[in-house]
Design a protein around this ligand. Structure first.
Ligand SMILES: [Mg+2]
Length: 370
């Protein structure tokens, strides 16, 4: 089964904080713990619930519900005014945790993000292990819980993170995807709203398996352009790349050598290997940068960086390698003992990712919920 463009299997994690605003309030205000609380507007006005604690959800209280209705469902419900500055600060710290593992972070809201860990910074290699560590760090450092979905594409990872909330952890590997999609109720497909789900059910389409019986042509005929997306996704195919936007500030590679390098030719040979890795990563994420940085660590652990900026974004192997060699030459590398070399591209700016647009028509003010 084809999974990704260029036949590179991706490792994608979707992290979603559990009842985020409400959990932050319960963390910061012990008197709210174990209580049904609703963060949002007051029931006296026309306010709506932004996030309900899990205790409140037992009474049927949900996000986007009017606060008045929520109070009818449970008169003892505690209403809490949102503190967006506090949530933003927690969100920033969550992203710091993500950034220990990858720079390819695509936030969907304050409390939810996709991570591409196909190549993680710590060379852990296992998306399952990385997700486990991230959940643990969020718990220990922020006293909050998150749910993680792990798969080879964004669509399945996102659905997976929702399966065992709160504190969920769900891995759906390549061999399990098609069977998983076949049994999935159509309303669970994110991107399928209530109106579309109702239409599908009227047509006798209740699961992914039902959708799979239709040709791409038929799906397009019934549902418009998004029909192609349905056709692919029921087969477990989702080519959308994790789009770091401004979150990715740099992308690079480095290598520490078993023996210090003292000969310039050897340094060039290593730079070429590193440049190829950087180039492959840039290619994969369709990124170009205007600044190339060379990092050198000497045998005494002294470290320097040198960079060159261009008036236009660059990302081709020749330019990366040539620039790195020039930057190295300018440091006078002869007779130095070098233990590490690294090359980084940054300053992506507007030249950022050029991959396909995210298919996320349901993303709304209330998608931070979950
Ligand atoms: Mg959430």
């Amino acid at each position: 089964m084809e999974q990704t463009e260029n036949n590179i299997a991706r490792k994608i994690i979707h992290i979603d904080m559990d009842a985020f605003y409400a959990s932050v309030e319960q963390r910061d205000h012990p008197e709210y713990r174990g209580k049904a609380i609703a963060v949002g507007g007051s029931p006296e006005g026309r306010g709506v619930v932004a996030t309900a604690s899990y205790e409140a959800r037992k009474y049927g209280i949900r996000s986007a519900m009017s606060s008045r209705r929520a109070l009818q469902l449970y008169p003892q419900l505690i209403f809490v005014r949102p503190r967006f500055d506090a949530y933003k600060e927690v969100s920033r710290r969550i992203r710091e945790i993500f950034a220990r593992y990858t720079d390819l972070i695509e936030p969907l809201s304050l409390d939810e993000a996709y991570l591409d860990v196909t190549e993680d910074k710590l060379n852990i290699g296992s998306a399952i292990e990385i997700a486990r560590q991230i959940k643990m760090a969020i718990r220990e450092e922020l006293q909050l819980t998150a749910s993680a979905g792990i798969s080879v594409n964004k669509f399945v990872a996102k659905i997976a993170s929702d399966l065992n909330k709160p504190d969920g952890f769900t891995f759906i590997g390549p061999s399990a995807i098609e069977a998983f999609m076949e049994q999935l109720p159509v309303e669970k497909f994110h991107g399928v709203g209530k109106v579309t789900a109702d239409k599908m059910k009227r047509m006798g389409l209740f699961t992914g398996g039902d959708l799979k019986k239709l040709s791409e042509q038929e799906l397009k005929q019934y549902f418009g352009k998004v029909g192609t997306f349905y056709y692919q996704i029921v087969r477990g195919i989702d080519h959308r790349a994790v789009q770091p936007h401004r979150e990715t500030k740099s992308l690079g590679a480095e290598d520490t050598f078993p023996h210090d390098l003292t000969v310039v030719e050897d340094m060039h040979a290593e730079l070429e290997k590193i440049a190829r890795t950087v180039y492959a990563r840039l290619e994969r994420y369709s990124l170009k940068g205007r600044t190339i940085t060379l990092k050198i660590k000497y045998s005494d652990f002294k470290q320097i960086t040198r960079n060159q900026s261009f008036p236009y974004p660059v990302g081709d192997l020749d330019t990366i390698l040539h620039t790195a060699k020039q930057l190295l030459a300018a440091t006078g590398p002869e007779d130095k003992q070098i233990r590490l070399l690294g090359i980084t591209l940054s300053n992506f700016g507007e030249a950022g990712p050029v991959s396909d647009k995210p298919v996320n028509p349901q993303l709304s003010l209330f998608d931070f919920e979950g």
